[in-house]
Design a protein around this ligand. Structure first.
Ligand code: PEP
Ligand code: MN
Length: 283
């Protein structure tokens, strides 16, 4: 790859733990009963925020039936405005656990600050660290110490190198169960919420030994674009997807405009199975 040292796959001294050379065959990270980073493509689906028990059971049933492996939903939401819906907190975590037990889905939920980490640990299979917290180094170290699988989202203004250095904060605590998530970066473009960096997928697969997933929902911010970008991500080598799904997107308390309705998600899963097969993988 020309003469760019970071893209060559050579170990950069400062990103040594994450380097592909350290584990050429790659790392598989547990996600409930399956793993991310192997032959299987994993799908994590659910609303932006947990709003009610009824909403989450509706989502859980439909995404499970469509073939998803994990359910997502924010309990503590990092909102740009403090006046937006901020999540139901521990009540949301209890609902997620109920849905996990009833539907047989792993739970992925965001930990926004150090103070609620012990509480989230009681409920989550995978700890999501959001884009706004990618450089919250104290939080990265603490989730590293827990040994729990972590889903680390790329900062919306982070370079790949900054992303890799944030991963080092987690790995250096002895936890290498980290799933990397490309969720789009902020550019001059306004027709989409973010600009999804599809090249980040093969690049991160080449540079690191960790699984890489894509979030086409925040990556585009446009419901109609989510299916095509999901398919492109799998074709580009992503190990999975994080997709926002809501039983009634127009009534969602957050991110409804980018959330798929249940029938749209079900149709997408059928297409994804075809793409997965075309690239030698399965859903
Ligand atoms: C989310 O997944 O709901 C979220 C807040 O994403 P991000 O941190 O990528 O903005
Ligand atoms: Mn969201």
């Amino acid at each position: 790859m020309h003469n760019r040292p970071h893209a060559s796959g050579n170990s950069v001294a400062s990103t040594r733990l994450v380097s592909r050379q350290r584990r050429p065959r790659g790392t598989e990270v547990p996600l409930g009963k399956v793993t991310v980073g192997g032959k299987r493509i994993v799908v994590i689906a659910g609303p932006c925020a947990v709003e009610s028990r009824r909403q989450m059971f509706a989502v859980g049933r439909v995404v499970k039936k469509a073939g998803a492996h994990a359910v997502r939903g924010g309990s503590f939401k990092p909102r740009t405005s403090p006046y937006s819906f901020r999540g139901l907190g521990e009540k949301a975590l209890r609902i997620l656990k109920e849905v996990r037990d009833a539907c047989g889905l792993a739970v992925v939920t965001e930990v926004v600050s150090l103070s609620e980490l012990p509480m989230v640990l009681n409920y989550a299979d995978v700890l999501q660290i959001g884009s706004r917290n990618m450089q919250n180094f104290a939080l990265l170290e603490e989730v590293g110490k827990t040994g729990r699988p972590v889903l680390l989202k790329r900062g919306m203004m982070a370079t790949i190198e900054e992303f890799l250095l944030s991963v080092e904060y987690i790995l250096s605590q002895g936890n290498d169960k980290v799933i990397l998530c490309e969720r789009g970066i902020r550019t001059f473009e306004r027709y989409t919420r973010n600009t999804l960096d599809i090249s980040a997928v093969p690049l991160l697969k080449r540079l690191t030994h960790l699984p890489v997933i894509v979030d086409p929902s925040h990556g585009t911010g446009v419901r109609e674009l989510v299916p095509a970008v999901s398919k492109a991500s799998i074709a580009a080598g992503a190990d999975g997807l994080l997709i926002e799904v809501h039983p009634n997107p127009d009534k969602a308390l957050s991110d409804g405009f980018q959330s798929l309705a249940p029938h749209e998600f079900t149709a997408l899963m059928k297409d994804l199975a075809l793409i997965a097969r075309a690239v030698g993988r399965s859903l």
